[in-house]
Design a protein. Structure first.
Length: 291
């Protein structure tokens, strides 16, 4: 009786560890294209429609320039150092204001989540503050602090902190009761329970609150820079306002594109963070797992 022989080619050899990153990169490439293709198509369609409307004669070209004119103006602005100084000043304000809002909103959210009395007292107030348009705060901010950085930061923080606090509250409320029972079994109480069990479980909702808080902070900042001009500290919103005052439609639209792109990049970063959190907890949707 002959023993069956197995050729070397029939045996699946283990993948060389050096080849694993290449395989992962090759598998990730189609997923990146699936995410990028709809964005590219939507952008292309929008640019075509924009150009058609510009050619239609609905408005004079100096009021409604086409995308080629606006993108050319954007390229010209990007070649000027003053543009990058203004953009850097705006981004610095956004980051500082958002960081303050995150610190304040997180503290308020955790305190409100832990105290029934505090939730009864200010829970609805936090939600109400979230619905207030940020521009409503500027008369009070200017009256109290004058036309300066403090007024802008005041409104940015008030615009973003309620969303962050609500994200904390929503996340804590959605933690399954089994997690609380698990904490009791492990002997976790008070801050220990929140630090090791409640807060990690609430992270997805918290990140969603951060994303919404950033959106409110960015809108509040743009409103502030349109209203408050600080000599020697010209920022992106100020230049947008100047373009409108001088009738520079191409420059105005170029600044609008920059503001839009910054907002989209921030939203993409928050969405990626939220997706990774859901994947780590096994909560990702089938579409997210394929992406």
């Amino acid at each position: 009786m002959t023993r069956p022989t197995t050729s070397r080619s029939d045996v699946a050899e283990p993948l060389d560890p050096a080849e694993e990153p290449l395989a992962d990169d090759a598998a990730a490439r189609p997923a990146r294209w699936r995410r990028a293709l709809p964005i590219l198509l939507a952008t292309g369609i929008f640019l075509v429609l924009w150009q058609v409307v510009s050619w239609s004669g609905w408005k004079p070209e100096y009021l409604l320039p086409g995308p080629t004119v606006v993108l050319g103006e954007l390229a010209r602005l990007a070649s000027e150092p003053s543009f990058w100084v203004a953009l850097g000043r705006t981004l610095t304000r956004a980051v500082v204001g958002f960081a303050l809002a995150v610190a304040i909103g997180t503290a308020i959210g955790l305190a409100t989540a832990r105290s029934r009395l505090l939730r009864s007292a200010i829970g609805s107030l936090v939600t109400g503050l979230q619905t207030m348009p940020s521009v409503v705060w500027f008369p009070l901010a200017i009256l109290l602090m004058g036309l300066g950085e403090q007024a802008i930061m005041f409104v940015v923080v008030l615009g973003a902190a309620p969303s962050v606090a609500n994200g904390v509250l929503t996340g804590v409320d959605q933690v399954p009761p089994a997690y609380h029972r698990l904490g009791d079994v492990l002997g976790a109480r008070g801050w220990t329970l929140y630090r090791h069990i409640i807060i990690p479980a609430a992270l997805p909702s918290y990140v969603a609150g951060l994303s919404q808080g950033w959106a409110f902070a960015w809108r509040s900042l743009m409103a502030g820079e349109l209203l408050v001009v600080i000599p020697g500290a010209i920022a992106l919103g100020n230049r947008l306002s100047f373009a409108q005052e001088f009738g520079d439609a191409a420059g105005l639209m170029a600044y609008m594109i920059v503001i839009l792109v910054v907002g989209m990049l921030a939203d993409t970063a928050f969405s990626a963070a939220a997706r990774r959190l859901r994947e780590r907890r096994g909560l990702a949707t089938p579409a997210e797992r394929r992406a």
